[in-house]
Design a protein around this ligand. Structure first.
Ligand code: Z5A
Length: 213
């Protein structure tokens, strides 16, 4: 069986982590060898980059410039593709990846308004043009997702603290991406119960990845 790259995307609190966990257990029950990973932070170097990107401010309280942020996500991705994604795909594993290139388009492109052709170029360089086999977009209202995160009482990170208008632009980005790439990106209603969302995801994976019933 060839490896597959399955990416989970969406705004904060859309349920990616919960669904990836359930999905991993289900795939393993089918005898599929699964790797669960994420961006940023899927490699040793990436763990450091994730801390730099998401902590509320740098040690000196210096704001992270927007292009610096973009380059750090690209650096994290490049390392992740080389160290984690390519070897596991070559070994025939199913990779469940929390965020990938569409996050950069949605957050840095739609959210921050950075130049889209620069973002596409960096995504291509960082991935060597490796695309997901399937991307599950968990679609929830921005307010619902942020309320879920607030109720976790772990505090909001640097990006979660952005104004609601920022998160709405990100959401619009996902909607436009899903409309532009209908065979790669599948929308799932993330406002349903965890169990209902998981059922939908399993059905989508069965159909798209030709898994046994
Ligand atoms: N970022 C970027 O800007 N550019 C890039 O290129 C990349 C990333 C790659 C880190 O992402 C940040 O990096 C992110 C974008 C930026 N912005 N921020 N902040 P992250 O994925 O690590 O962080 P996150 O988006 O905040 O995800 P999360 O905290 O891991 O949330 P989640 O995975 O989507 O949801 P969850 O942990 O499964 O669930 C959150 C809560 O909701 C929890 O209490 C659950 O029990 C609850 N939940 C989940 N599903 C449900 C349902 N269906 N009903 C009710 N409650 C639910």
């Amino acid at each position: 069986m060839g490896g597959k790259l399955i990416v989970f995307e969406g705004v904060e609190g859309c349920g990616k982590t919960s669904q990836m966990q359930l999905c991993s257990e289900w795939l393993e029950s089918l005898g599929v060898s699964v790797v669960v990973t994420r961006e940023p932070g899927g490699t040793e170097l990436g763990v450091h980059l994730r801390r730099l990107l998401l902590e509320k401010s740098s040690a000196q309280g210096e704001p992270v410039a927007e292009v610096t942020e973009l380059l750090l996500y690209a650096a994290d991705r490049s390392q992740h593709v080389e160290q984690e994604l390519k070897p596991n795909l070559a070994a025939g594993k199913y990779i469940l990846c929390d965020r990938y290139t569409d996050s950069t388009i949605a957050y840095q492109g739609y959210g921050r308004g950075l130049n889209m052709s620069l973002i596409n170029q960096l995504n291509n360089i960082a991935t060597g043009s490796l695309e997901s086999d399937l991307t599950i977009w968990l679609d929830v209202d921005v307010e619902v997702g942020l309320a879920r995160k607030l109720s976790d009482k772990v505090g909001l990170d640097r990006i979660e603290q952005e104004a609601i208008a920022f998160h709405r632009r990100v959401q619009k980005g996902y909607a436009e991406l899903a409309a532009s790439y209908p065979s790669r990106i599948v929308r799932v209603d993330g406002s349903l119960s965890k169990e209902a969302v998981q059922e939908l995801i399993q059905e989508i994976l069965r159909v798209h990845l030709h898994l046994a019933r």
